[in-house]
Design a protein around this ligand. Structure first.
Ligand code: GSH
Length: 199
């Protein structure tokens, strides 16, 4: 059974779904459909009214947003769940996922502010606010148990990869040795190597 993944090569949320698909052995079931979310009338709007990538068009319907896409993919494979249901595993994992996902949100907001707005409308106060969120959350994550290759690990890997790709000036690794070592190991995984972002 193939599914359509509405896709953009630079989107960290799309990468999250693709890495998740690799980790669950489902990558070959995905057909990547470029979704130009910044075009005037993108095709994607017909299937995802939010006009955002990622969205997954499947036999069971269209799933919008990276979390739901991953949750759906997790229901399709026979291996260990990457989003476990057992409460002692589930809640810490979802807490880490929320922090890592929030870093992606803040980073994407900064990039949109810088790349999509006319220069005269770029608001430095907004950029500073997003940067502070990213710094605080990285420090919080650094004090937590770092994840395995589950939903939380996949999301954290994509978040850190996106910071390096789009916001290298943040130098997120400075003073964060353990997190940096975790990322080195995680980004060497096949799933991450197969999904390196590009413009
Ligand atoms: N919460 C969503 C966020 C998705 C998102 O913001 N995608 C961006 C690309 S990285 C997008 O499509 N932006 C277009 C827009 O906001 O109109 C998710 O987890 O997938």
């Amino acid at each position: 059974m193939t599914m359509k993944l509405w896709y953009s090569p630079a989107s960290p949320f799309v990468r999250k779904v693709m890495v998740f698909a690799h980790e669950t052995g489902l990558a070959d079931s995905l057909v990547l459909v470029p979704g130009d979310v910044w075009a005037a009338d993108p095709e994607i709007n017909k299937e995802n009214p939010l006009g955002k990538v990622p969205a997954l068009t499947s036999a069971d319907g269209v799933f919008a947003g990276s979390y739901l896409c991953c949750e759906y993919l997790d229901s399709l494979h026979a291996g260990p769940r990457l989003i476990p249901s057992e409460p002692r595993q589930r809640w810490p994992l979802l807490q880490m996922h929320a922090f890592a996902d929030g870093i992606i949100e803040a980073a994407v907001a900064s990039v949109v502010e810088q790349l999509r707005r006319p220069k005269e409308f770029v608001y430095q106060g907004m950029l500073d606010r997003q940067r502070a969120k990213i710094e605080r959350t990285l420090d919080t994550i650094g004090s937590m148990a770092l994840p395995q290759a589950d939903l939380a690990g996949v999301t954290l890997g994509c978040a850190l990869g996106y910071l390096e790709f789009r916001l290298p000036q943040l130098q997120w690794r400075n003073g964060r040795t353990a997190l940096s070592q975790w990322y080195e190991a995680f980004s060497a995984r096949k799933s991450m190597q197969a999904t390196v972002p590009h413009t």
